[in-house]
Design a protein around this ligand. Structure first.
Ligand code: F6P
Length: 319
């Protein structure tokens, strides 16, 4: 049987396992031998792999992390690393590689496809920052984790009449932060895509207190710099009691939500169907509720648009 490789790479995202299960089972259905590459591209360079069977992907749809393990692999950005990856794929007899990951994985997929390897990328990242998909695997889970955490922070903030700066992941983007802000009823969001007017922000924080607010929460995207320094500035300018909470890696873990699992299952299923139909060099995502595929090239070239409208809703409702 023809062999197809599955790899998870870059930062892990909840739902990667559901995607592995879907790719493996759909691939086996079409008659392929499914090979799981371990530890991301590092594992590929070291020829670390395992055969995936119907049963070896049992009981993982509901688990966080990735059973294949993952890693960041800077070598893939070098000519030598890329050459080694292409050789390993050929040595292992893989007729295609399904890559589950975020923008780094997309870049690797792009380079591999330029070297004649058949690749299908599946969108998985808590950042939801990739063009060509409205949502990435893991995003909804991270969103729910962050919202739950802020609900808890709200309790203590209210009890102490405090302002909280809560740092949200998302690398250089504010996609996760804006939705967290809306869902957690945050008073403000600070994201790299929009300028912050410190004078205005602090004046509004004080006005909020005058309107009887007992707590005020600022969802602060990690891409905006140091949340602790920002909090100090706010404290100095307002004289209010300000605390910081960095949500950190809890946003990357945990049981995937139903929405994440559904997305992962659909993406994995579609990826293998596309490959079986002879398609390759595609990025699988979801657009307006339907599973979609754009060329990897296009996904790399274009930038996902930040939704300023949603940011405005956060502001309009935080009165
Ligand atoms: O891409 C996911 C993400 O969690 C980002 O939000 C964050 O900036 C980055 O990964 C952290 O990277 P690392 O796992 O290498 O610490």
């Amino acid at each position: 049987a023809k062999r197809v490789g599955i790899i998870t790479s870059g930062g892990d995202a909840p739902g990667m396992n559901a995607a592995i299960r879907a790719v493996a089972r759909r691939g086996i259905f079409w008659g392929y031998q499914m090979i799981g590459i371990k530890r991301g591209f590092k594992g590929l360079l070291d020829y670390e792999f395992m055969t995936l069977t119907l049963r070896s992907v049992s009981g993982i749809i509901n688990t966080g992390g990735t059973v294949l393990h993952t890693g960041r692999c800077p070598e893939m950005k070098t000519k030598i690393g890329m050459g080694r990856a292409v050789k390993a794929i050929k040595d292992l007899g893989l007729s295609a590689v399904i890559i589950i990951g975020g923008d780094g994985s997309l870049a690797a997929g792009n380079s591999l496809s330029k070297h004649g390897i058949k690749v299908i990328n599946i969108a998985a990242s808590i950042d939801n920052d990739i063009y060509g998909t409205d949502e990435t695997i893991g995003y909804d889970t991270a969103l729910n984790t962050a919202v739950e955490a802020i609900d808890k922070i709200r309790d203590t903030a209210k009890s102490h009449d405090r302002v909280f700066v809560v740092e949200i992941m998302g690398r250089e983007h504010g996609f996760l932060t804006v939705d967290v802000g809306l869902a957690a009823g945050c008073e403000y969001i600070v994201v790299p895509e929009m300028k912050v007017d410190m004078q205005k922000l602090t004046a509004e924080l004080k006005k909020g207190k005058e309107r009887g607010k007992t707590s005020e929460i600022i969802a602060f995207a990690e891409g905006c710099g140091c949340s602790a320094e920002f909090a100090k500035k706010v404290e100095k300018l307002t004289g209010l009691d300000v605390r910081v909470s960095n949500l950190g890696y809890i946003q990357r873990g945990g049981r995937p939500t139903a929405r994440t699992r559904i997305l992962a299952s659909k993406f994995g299923h579609a990826a293998m169907d596309l490959f079986h139909k002879g398609k390759a060099n595609l990025f699988v995502g979801i657009t307006n509720g339907n599973v979609s595929a754009v060329s990897i090239c296009e996904a790399i070239k274009c930038e996902k648009k930040f939704d300023v409208k949603t940011a405005k809703i956060v502001k309009n409702l935080s009165v």
